[in-house]
Design a protein around this ligand. Structure first.
Ligand code: ATP
Length: 374
């Protein structure tokens, strides 16, 4: 459907903003979504992600800035003249038409008579070929959502916009549909821009995620990059749990920054530090709970050298099947969270036990110390 050199599906927002009276829903932002990528706008309710999506669709007029699709400036074009289509959370199917006719609608409106082949292919793409003659109310929520996707794709838009399309589905179906949408996007190869407040959903589906907060894009990157190298505590917390340690820079040595924290020393890769770092300065060091191992203090001698270590005392533990979650009180961090795989279970690791937390220094990330950990 597209070629490697086709940039018609690039979405480029430049200085785009939206104000309602004195309220700014979206502060001026620049965003580039490359042709053929699956892009997610992720953020809590009210952060401006839907408004941003609606400005790409042409359903909302920007207060400032431009929207380009490929080389074309579409800022002044009405929605129906833009090569985009939108799938909403409320599937908005025509209840009196069967599935075939719902999908055929866009073609018929353009005066195309022989629709059978194209509609058939689209229904196969969303795996609903068997249901073609059913009415929407005879389908499950997930099936109705797939019809909405097929109907939006039939006119071959260059960009498909999805506004919380899985929000009405139960959790299990949601997970299935996430993989399904990803498969469809890979198969048709067009640009998808997906709005969601669910971090797991964004991370499962998207090649690139833009995390929005208070009408601004706080950080943009691949799911792994955002998870492993969050640049703000908001991003770190939105994409999972983090432990934060307020630390002083003891020394900058080659590729490493040596930190003083809670009476001990920690190593932080310099590449994962906010610039600039200077001896005597402060840094907020972060580490994800599943990166940490827990060893009873009596066995501290067995911990390999070169790992970051912190001593503490277990205050709480809960077994949740795939892992045991511990809370550890330490001079470096009040309530350190540790998710230990069951393989590491040790019957002495109970509340009250003295322990050493340790992890590979490569899993430590550094943030500007001015930020609040919460
Ligand atoms: P949700 O997930 O709840 O839809 P969102 O991140 O998509 O949230 P938006 O719908 O983009 O957020 O709204 C951003 C902010 O702009 C919100 O505070 C909202 O109340 C406000 N807003 C949106 N539309 C209007 C409008 N027509 N008039 C005034 N304020 C608006």
């Amino acid at each position: 459907m597209t070629t490697a050199h086709d940039h018609g599906g690039d979405v480029r927002l430049t200085g785009i903003s939206k104000t309602y009276g004195s309220f700014t829903a979206v502060h001026p932002l620049d965003l580039t979504v490359p042709q053929g990528s699956f892009f997610a706008l992720l953020g809590a309710s009210g952060c401006g992600k839907t408004t941003t999506l609606r400005m790409i669709a042409g359903l909302e007029e920007p207060s400032t800035g431009t929207v380009r699709l490929g080389e074309q400036d579409v800022t002044a074009l009405p929605p129906y003249k833009r090569p985009v289509n939108t799938v909403f959370q409320s599937y908005a199917l025509f209840p009196h038409l069967d599935i075939f006719e719902n999908v055929a609608f866009g073609l018929r409106r353009r005066g195309i008579k022989s629709v059978k082949k194209q509609v058939g292919e689209m229904l196969d793409l969303v795996q609903l070929g068997e249901q073609a003659r059913r009415k929407p109310h005879q389908l499950s929520g997930g099936q109705q959502q797939r019809v909405a996707v097929a109907r939006a794709l039939i006119n071959h838009p260059k960009v498909l916009l999805l506004d919380e399309p899985l929000g009405a589905l139960d959790l299990k179906l949601r997970r299935r549909m996430q993989l399904e949408l990803k498969r469809i996007q890979t198969e048709v190869g067009i640009t998808f821009v997906h709005v969601t407040h669910d971090q797991e959903e964004a991370m499962t589906m998207a090649d690139t995620v833009a995390v929005m907060n208070g009408g601004r894009v706080e950080q943009q990157g691949t799911p792994a990059d955002l998870y492993e190298n969050p640049r703000t505590t908001f991003v770190a917390n939105f994409l999972g749990t983090s432990n934060f340690i307020g630390a002083e820079v003891a020394e900058v040595s080659g590729d490493d920054v040596i930190l003083k924290a809670g009476g001990g020393k920690l190593t932080l890769p310099r590449a994962r530090c906010p610039a600039p770092v200077t001896t005597g300065g402060t840094v907020l060091a972060g580490v994800r709970p599943e990166k940490i191992s827990l060893t009873h203090a009596d066995d501290a001698g067995t911990i390999p050298s070169g790992r970051n270590r912190i001593t503490g005392r277990i205050t709480d533990s809960s077994f949740i099947g795939v892992s045991t979650q511990y809370v550890v009180d330490s001079p470096a961090c009040e309530a350190f969270e540790v998710y230990a795989q069951n393989i590491e279970r040790d019957s002495r690791l109970v509340p009250g036990a003295d322990v050493v937390l340790h992890w590979n220094p490569a899993h430590t990330f550094g943030l500007d110390a001015e930020q609040s950990p919460f």
